[in-house]
Design a protein around this ligand. Structure first.
Ligand SMILES: Cc1cc2nc3c(=O)[nH]c(=O)nc-3n(C[C@H](O)[C@H](O)[C@H](O)COP(=O)(O)OP(=O)(O)OC[C@H]3O[C@@H](n4cnc5c(N)ncnc54)[C@H](O)[C@@H]3O)c2cc1C
Length: 408
């Protein structure tokens, strides 16, 4: 696996890039990260981490810090948008941890990013380094490996480039000409609210979905003070024209969209300044995740809607799987170790991420049903949610190669 530069160049220091770097280091492989932002700072509010990822993070030595920084919700509860009745509930506290071997945690994104960043350190993290293009041709092959062209005019060579650069990935443009990002027709608003500002909220320590016509709200606690993170999702705008996934919304637009909802929800949305609007994107499956010496992980490979709370969790699974595939192939030796590793990585990850992607897309519509027969059918089905979706949380990428939904 010889290279003229660092062995592995990772583009993007988000959740995927940092986790991959740590997982590679744990397997004795050298990496450098190139991040366009001048500092490590997560935009947005919080992230929910499930056992399929917290187990892996614990093996990287981050379990205690994450548990201390975050909050473990007590239950997953589904509620009616107007009267607030409990439609279904499933444990996600200690019973979940015992069943799945890792906690379910809500954590502030900035805290999570800081834990990952501190564990990696600053020496091999190049901030303010935007990658403008990736080149691999006869010239780069002669020089060894693959070339990254930076936006400031410099170039870097590496043995392998990993695109951990998110939904609008630059590395993906090198890997495939496919333009697969699909706007879902829905957008979200996010906010953080102190628990004390929510007198009408039942079960503030739970993770809860409130489902109503054309909209839903998801919220969960993210720290020991009981701070609640919410994501309020509405239908529209019809088209997404911004180059990024954030856009400004009209003042009071969020409150107007939830007029008539249960007081716990109107109170929650009014208690935080209205955020930017986040366009929610999915992705048609890519035909390839790698080309030559470039490979994709995370949102660059399989952006998904947040309705199973799995984008970051699947990204962490990708990162650990790729690190293991690279380490195993290197240990086995041979001049084609990268090819072997990348083939194995894609083989292990494509089906599972596709299943989660598809399921999140279907869930989007189900959360927005108006009251009526279809909503009643959905509500009955939610009673078996924990059994139906246990396959997502039970899967351990380091213990069992592939796992999918139960045949039904
Ligand atoms: C509203 C919302 C709520 C969500 N909630 C959850 C949740 O509860 N649980 C969950 O699991 N997932 C959730 N997700 C999804 C999750 O945030 C993403 O799946 C996850 O962040 C993907 O990680 P990543 O490392 O692939 O990409 P990102 O986190 O997007 O990181 C990409 C990084 O690459 C950098 N970059 C981009 N281009 C370049 C370039 N050319 N050169 C150098 N650097 C570059 C960026 O600056 C960024 O730091 C949510 C998403 C949204 C939109």
């Amino acid at each position: 696996m010889g290279a003229t530069g660092p062995e592995i160049a990772i583009v993007g220091a988000g959740i995927g890039g940092l986790t991959l770097a740590l997982a590679l280091r744990a397997r004795g492989i050298d990496a450098e990260i190139h991040e366009q932002a001048p500092e490590l700072r997560e935009v947005g509010a919080a992230v929910a981490l499930s056992a399929n990822a917290t187990r892996l993070l614990a093996r990287l030595g981050l379990g205690a810090e994450l548990t201390a920084a975050g909050a473990q919700p007590t239950e997953l509860v589904y509620r009616h948008w107007r009267d607030g009745r409990r439609i279904a509930a499933h444990p996600v506290g200690d019973a979940y941890r015992a069943r799945f071997g890792g906690p379910y945690l809500g954590v502030h994104r900035a805290a999570f990013q800081r834990i990952l960043g501190d564990a990696w350190g600053s020496e091999r993290l190049h901030l303010g380094t935007a990658v403008g293009g990736v080149h691999e041709d006869a010239t780069t092959e002669d020089g060894g490996g693959i070339r990254l062209d930076l936006a400031d005019g410099r170039s870097i060579r590496a043995g392998l480039v990993v695109g951990a650069d998110g939904v609008h990935s630059t590395v993906r443009r090198h890997v495939t000409a496919e333009d697969v990002t699909a706007y879902s027709g829905t957008s979200g608003f996010r906010g953080l609210v102190p628990a004390g500002a929510l007198p009408s909220l039942p079960d503030p320590a739970a993770i809860q979905f409130w489902m109503g016509p054309g909209a839903h709200v998801l919220h969960y606690p993210i720290d020991s003070a009981g701070t609640v993170n919410f994501l309020a999702v509405v239908e529209g705008p019809d088209r997404w024209t911004e180059a990024t996934w954030r856009a400004e919304a009209a003042p009071e637009e969020l409150l107007a969209a939830f007029d008539g909802w249960h007081p716990a929800i109107t109170e929650m949305l009014a208690a935080a300044p209205q955020s930017a609007r986040w366009g929610l994107f999915g992705q048609a499956p890519l035909r390839r995740w790698s080309r030559g010496r470039a490979v994709l992980i995370g949102d660059a490979a399989h952006a998904m809607l947040p309705h199973h709370g799995q984008g970051a969790n699947q990204t962490i699974e990708d990162a650990v799987t790729l690190a293991d595939c690279l380490a195993d192939a290197r240990a086995a030796g041979g001049s084609d170790a990268y090819d072997v590793a990348l083939r194995r990585y894609e083989g292990l990850r494509r089906v599972r991420t596709r299943q989660v992607q598809r399921s999140s897309w279907v869930t989007s519509g189900l959360l927005h049903l108006p009251d009526g027969r279809a909503a009643e059918r959905r509500d009955r089905k939610l009673a078996t949610f924990a059994a139906d979706f246990g396959w997502i949380h039970a899967h351990d990428v380091q213990r069992e190669p592939v796992a999918g939904p139960r045949a039904s």
